[in-house]
Design a protein around this ligand. Structure first.
Ligand SMILES: NC(=O)c1ccc[n+]([C@@H]2O[C@H](COP(=O)([O-])OP(=O)(O)OC[C@H]3O[C@@H](n4cnc5c(N)ncnc54)[C@H](OP(=O)(O)O)[C@@H]3O)[C@@H](O)[C@H]2O)c1
Length: 281
């Protein structure tokens, strides 16, 4: 495993396992498989409703707590200082742990500053080792990071070979923020990356699949990737990316595959904001 160092010195694996759209019943089995394959970073969220499955799988694994890196996210309906504080305690209870390694604001809506104050308090109380945000696009991220006291250590964004998020990189750098990629293989049910001819051709040289090349490209950029699969053999394939290195030329070729600098979801689109808040807020 390779690691990056967050701005507060916390060491974070560059590859993890994500459990979005993994049902609460299935989650324990999937995370147990992922841990047995070797993953030590697990990415969940209050909104995924499967934090208990993550906690159960870890408890049964026998893996020491200090060897695990747990990531969860505060959902919009828990925004605001008081509600966020309660929700953090609830996440700790469900995850069956007394600290979260990385806690993120899931979406940039509602009282995010109140949520952040609760997260800063949890951080100072030792309930959380690092704090960050998710889905904060460049302008929103700058505004937020400028005004908060503790700067976000991570921004989790949709990022992959087709959506490279290059525009936000210099803004992250100003605040010492690391990027974490959701949808690193293109997302659920999308096969443009895992079947990419360009990535398949590059992978052939190393005996690797297009998916492995896509993940390696992210980690070589210093971006943390958290692919999801419900299949153990794919979990193992996605984990097996540290025994080859893409050349500078191959990194540059993959950079040419970019189709969207800033992601395909426009988080500032009023229709999207309305939909999310009315249905899930
Ligand atoms: N912060 C946010 O708002 C946000 C949003 C979305 C996701 N996330 C996080 O990011 C994680 C990953 O994103 P994601 O789940 O959307 O998408 P993803 O990891 O890019 O893609 C998952 C899809 O790829 C398939 N797959 C996995 N490995 C494969 C392989 N080696 N070959 C072919 N197909 C493969 C999976 O199918 P099978 O399961 O059938 O193998 C699944 O359909 C999530 O689980 C979650 O933790 C965060």
């Amino acid at each position: 495993m390779e690691y990056i160092k967050l701005s507060n010195g916390v060491k974070m694996p560059t590859l993890g396992y994500g459990v979005f759209l993994v049902s609460p019943d299935e989650c324990e089995r999937c995370v147990s498989d992922a841990l047995s394959v070797g993953y030590r970073l697990i990415d969940t969220a209050q909104a995924y409703q499967n934090e208990e499955g993550v906690g159960n799988a870890w408890r049964k694994s026998g893996i020491k707590r200090e060897d695990l890196f747990l990531v969860t996210k505060v959902w919009i309906s828990n925004a605001g200082e008081e509600k966020a504080a309660k929700s953090i305690d609830e996440s700790l209870r469900k995850l069956q742990t007394d600290y979260i390694d990385l806690l993120l604001i899931h979406q940039a809506y509602g009282d995010v500053f109140g949520t952040w104050r609760a997260m800063e308090k949890a951080y100072r109380a030792g309930k959380v080792r690092a704090i960050g945000v998710s889905n904060f696009q460049a302008g929103r991220f700058f505004d937020f990071a400028h005004y908060v006291e503790l700067k976000p250590m991570v921004n989790q964004l949709q990022c992959n070979t087709l959506i490279q998020q290059t525009d936000i990189e210099p803004i992250h750098a100003e605040f010492g923020t690391k990027m974490m990629a959701w949808g690193p293989l293109g997302g659920q049910g999308v096969d443009g990356i895992v079947k990419s001819e360009a990535l398949t051709a590059i992978g052939a040289k190393y005996g690797k699949s297009a998916a492995q090349v896509a993940l390696r490209w992210l980690t070589q950029r210093g971006v943390v990737a958290i692919p999801k699969s419900s299949h153990k053999e794919r979990m193992a394939q996605n984990f097996d990316i540290f025994d080859f290195t893409l050349s500078d030329d191959e990194m540059a070729q993959i950079a040419q595959l970019n189709q969207h600098d800033t992601g395909i979801i426009n988080f500032g689109d009023p229709q999207f904001v309305k939909y999310l808040i009315q249905n899930y807020g």
